[in-house]
Design a protein around this ligand. Structure first.
Ligand code: ADP
Length: 260
């Protein structure tokens, strides 16, 4: 560990005294390292699609200038890359906005049941496309104090991940979304019967840009920021996020929030 030591000497009632202060710098260093890593990762993630865009622009201005078929194909790829950059910038902005407001707890009454229904409706086409059987199970109502848009974001990210990464496990693919409550808390649980996540990845899953399999995540349109955003929203709501997973069996994400 690394300590910073401050020594201050003074006189008190004719006695000479000294105060020695130790400040643990290990944590400060860790935070600084995370900040530097974050900037490096974000730059790298933006640079990759940008390099590809520039490459295609040069090809379109040069060798493929008069090739209509190539132009069509390249423009399609360029649009996808530009969309990926836009998604990344949106996620970075969301993350920084949520972090800036982390000390203020959102207080609007929000019904988790309505949120789950809304998200299930939005993602139903994606579930169908991926051959996933999406089911929801909720009480009549489950009101928490929160921010509606942020809680939609949480549910959307978890359900979308379960659909995206759930494939490849035991068939048929099932994703279930459940809202439960007890006297003090509400829980939103999203489970899939996908391939699961190896235990060594679980503690790092909510870090920015941490992915179990980066090429798969990118191919599925992921930015690597989804779970970091989820975690910060949950912290802001004074809740907790738990992840249980078993290889070959599936994954369950649970968000528990204090009752309104
Ligand atoms: P991404 O944009 O890559 O989806 P996330 O932060 O949402 O980023 O998720 C981080 C990583 O966690 C994903 O890349 C994936 O490897 C893993 N992951 C998330 N949800 C699941 C799940 N339900 N099953 C298996 N792996 C998952």
């Amino acid at each position: 560990r690394l300590f910073e030591v401050h020594v201050s000497a003074f006189s008190l009632d004719g006695f000479r005294a000294a105060v020695i202060e130790f400040r643990d710098l290990t944590e400060a260093r860790r935070v600084e390292r995370m900040r530097v890593d974050f900037i490096a990762n974000a730059s790298h993630e933006l640079r990759t699609p940008l390099a590809s865009l520039l490459g295609f622009i040069e090809t379109l201005q040069g060798p493929a200038k008069n090739d209509a078929a190539a132009r069509e194909q390249f423009l399609g790829i360029m649009r996808d890359q530009a969309r990926r950059m836009a998604r990344l910038v949106d996620d970075l902005l969301s993350l920084s906005r949520i972090e800036q407001n982390e000390h203020v707890r959102p207080q609007t009454p929000v019904d988790l049941v309505q949120i789950v229904r809304h998200v299930a409706d939005t993602l139903d086409p994606v579930a169908r496309e991926n051959g996933v059987d999406l089911t929801i199970s909720t009480p009549k109502e489950a009101v928490v104090a929160g921010d509606r848009d942020e809680l939609i974001r949480v549910a959307e990210n978890l359900v979308e991940n379960a659909i995206k990464y759930g494939a490849g496990g035991t068939s048929p693919h099932r994703v279930s979304v459940e809202v439960k409550q007890n006297a003090r808390e509400m829980t939103l649980a999203v489970s899939d019967n996908g391939p699961g996540i190896a235990p060594e990845h679980l503690p790092r899953l909510t870090e920015r840009f941490y992915r179990v399999d980066a090429p798969t995540s990118r191919a599925k349109g992921g930015t690597g920021l989804g779970l970091a955003i989820v975690k910060h929203i949950v912290v802001r709501h004074r809740g907790r996020l738990t992840i249980e997973s078993a290889l070959g069996a599936g994954t369950k994400f649970q968000v528990t929030l204090p009752k309104a």
